[in-house]
Design a protein around this ligand. Structure first.
Ligand SMILES: Cc1cc2nc3c(=O)[nH]c(=O)nc-3n(C[C@H](O)[C@H](O)[C@H](O)COP(=O)(O)OP(=O)(O)OC[C@H]3O[C@@H](n4cnc5c(N)ncnc54)[C@H](O)[C@@H]3O)c2cc1C
Length: 501
């Protein structure tokens, strides 16, 4: 059975944080547009955006060492860190706008203030961290960063990590109190509640099976109701493929030339969760370490305080793994069915080039719980095996494409792929991920609605005062945005609380 529906202005595929963000932006800019959402699962934010499926770090490059690389001359390049930080400030501004206008409530439900720290061991890494601190601390975007290699100070900052730590190796850390823990699952659900109240039609348990160009230039989507088995056809003038790991297959189905010669490689994640409240209480920070040699950037180990379901938790990971599925709820055939004649050579080249990554993933999959505990003990020397359980996190599908550095290059960032006429766009990749959702969705709008952007600009600036400006070149604006967003989102650090009390 099949039925047809009138053409909608916008269809968003997938109810993750990306579709939620694009929907919320469009509802402010073009409130008259009709928007529909189709999600194959039973509710919003159940895949990568779910709080248990990602690390909840508000990535602002305050602690992630992979955004700052040491150059051959020994200096530290912080340009990537500046970009990631500026993108996070854009997210903070849009979330503040939504909270101040009471379009979403209780920011505490999705964002909390939490110190971000980097922690290293060994002389070489201590020297690197010191140089990184010197390069960053004078920059207004990273104001408030502290460095210490004094064990007494580190004991104050991270007591659980310093207990029973052998004193024979140099160690150091940086700490910045303006970091955040973000519950992206809660944020996604809040945004979809808001969209529903603005007459956005959201159909759960509805899977998009196919996308093709209709004769009038719109896109026709074949949508299966997973409960009844019925199939309906919906047309839209603009389609956003926000299917997370499911986006690549849908992009391929659209047949747009921009989607060719692109492949995907899934990397799964595992976290260890502490079940002992006494240990959980002793830690209050996100502490990022250095990635092991050969490890991909998203496998940097970190020990994180998290706020999930209004409860403080402690997670360590992620351990990488391999599964051919592109979504946690995906199929074992996802990887193989993503190989098409047009991306076969790209995929083969990537396979040949990335043997060390494959080897690393196989080693990670084979780790026993005791071996994982050994990695955890680099952070918490006296960690007890009975205090920790394993949980499976989300899947990340890394983009593989042909670039100037050669065929089949593995990309670790996010990529917006759109048709030349701007009628369809897909988001691929997963890093820095949800934290940068607002700037990435603004990029989708710039690519797909260039003719509307001049008309929308003043509203965008009302929502995101730094839009179109370099924060770095406007230190006064950084200070202003920092204060206003902290106030709107209730982000008061422990130190500020101490000063008030
Ligand atoms: C282990 C791990 C740790 C991470 N840590 C962080 C972090 O600390 N900070 C950060 O900012 N980011 C992090 N990320 C990345 C972040 O989670 C993702 O970038 C973000 O959640 C992606 O959102 P999305 O909306 O694109 O995808 P998703 O949240 O995966 O949503 C896609 C939705 O589309 C639906 N869908 C797919 N195919 C179809 C179809 N055919 N029809 C209908 N619906 C469909 C899916 O069911 C799903 O609900 C992490 C990711 C992982 C896996």
């Amino acid at each position: 059975m099949s039925d047809r529906h009138a053409t909608t202005d916008v269809i968003l595929i997938g109810a993750g944080v990306m579709s939620a963000t694009l929907g919320a932006l469009l509802k402010e800019l073009a409130p008259e547009w009709e928007i529909k959402v189709f999600e194959k699962l039973a509710s919003a934010g159940e895949e990568s955006s779910n709080e248990w499926n990602n690390a909840g770090t508000g990535h602002a490059a305050l602690c992630e060492l992979n955004y700052t690389v040491e150059k051959p001359d020994g200096s530290v390049d912080i340009s990537k860190a500046i970009k990631v930080n500026e993108q996070f400030q854009v997210s903070r501004q849009f979330w503040s706008y939504l909270v101040e206008r009471k379009l979403i409530s209780n920011p505490e439900d999705f964002i909390r203030s939490l110190p971000h720290m980097s922690f290293v061991q060994g002389e070489k890494d201590v020297n690197f961290l010191r140089k990184r601190f010197e390069a960053m601390s004078g920059n207004p975007l990273f104001q408030g960063m502290e460095f210490s290699d004094d064990p007494a100070k580190l004991k104050e900052w991270i007591p659980v990590m310093m207990k029973d730590r052998p004193s024979n190796e140099p160690i150091a850390a940086t700490k910045i109190d303006s970091g955040t823990d973000v519950n992206f699952g809660a944020l996604t659900r809040l945004l979809f509640d808001h969209l529903k109240s603005r007459n956005v039609e959201i159909q759960y348990k509805h899977q998009v099976d196919n996308i093709k160009r209709a004769s009038d230039g719109s896109w026709e989507l074949k949508i299966r109701n997973l409960e009844s088995g019925t199939v309906a056809r919906h047309n839209a003038k603009f389609v956003f493929i926000g299917g997370g790991g499911g986006s690549l297959h849908l992009l391929q189905k659209s047949g747009i030339p921009e989607g060719k010669h692109i492949g995907g490689f899934p990397v799964s994640g595992l976290f260890m969760v502490c079940n002992n409240p006494k240990v959980v209480e002793q830690h209050h920070a996100k502490v990022y370490g250095k990635a092991k040699v050969g490890a991909p950037p998203m496998s940097v180990p970190h020990l994180d305080t998290r706020f999930i379901d209004n409860k403080k938790s402690l997670l360590f990971g992620p351990f990488a793994g391999f599964s051919p599925k592109f979504l946690k709820t995906g199929s074992m055939f996802d990887l193989i069915t993503s190989v098409k004649p047009n991306n076969l050579f790209t995929m083969l080249a990537a396979g040949a080039k990335n043997m060390p990554l494959t080897k690393y993933l196989i080693q990670q999959v084979m780790l026993s719980k005791e071996q994982r505990m050994e990695e955890l003990r680099e952070f918490i020397p006296d960690a007890k095996i009975e205090d920790w359980d394993l949980v499976v996190a989300g899947q990340r599908v890394q983009v593989i494409k042909d670039t100037d550095s050669g065929k089949g290059t593995l990309q670790f960032g996010t990529e917006v792929v759109s048709a030349a006429d701007g009628s369809i766009a897909a988001l691929l990749g997963a890093s820095p991920g949800a934290s940068t959702a607002v700037s990435v969705m603004l990029e989708v709008m710039q690519k797909c609605f260039p003719q509307r952007m001049p008309e929308w600009e003043s509203k965008i600036k009302e929502m995101i005062p730094s839009y179109g400006l370099s924060l770095l070149k406007n230190p006064e604006l950084i200070r202003e945005i920092h204060h206003s967003t902290a106030r709107a989102l209730g982000l008061v650090s422990e130190r500020e609380l101490q000063l008030v009390n």
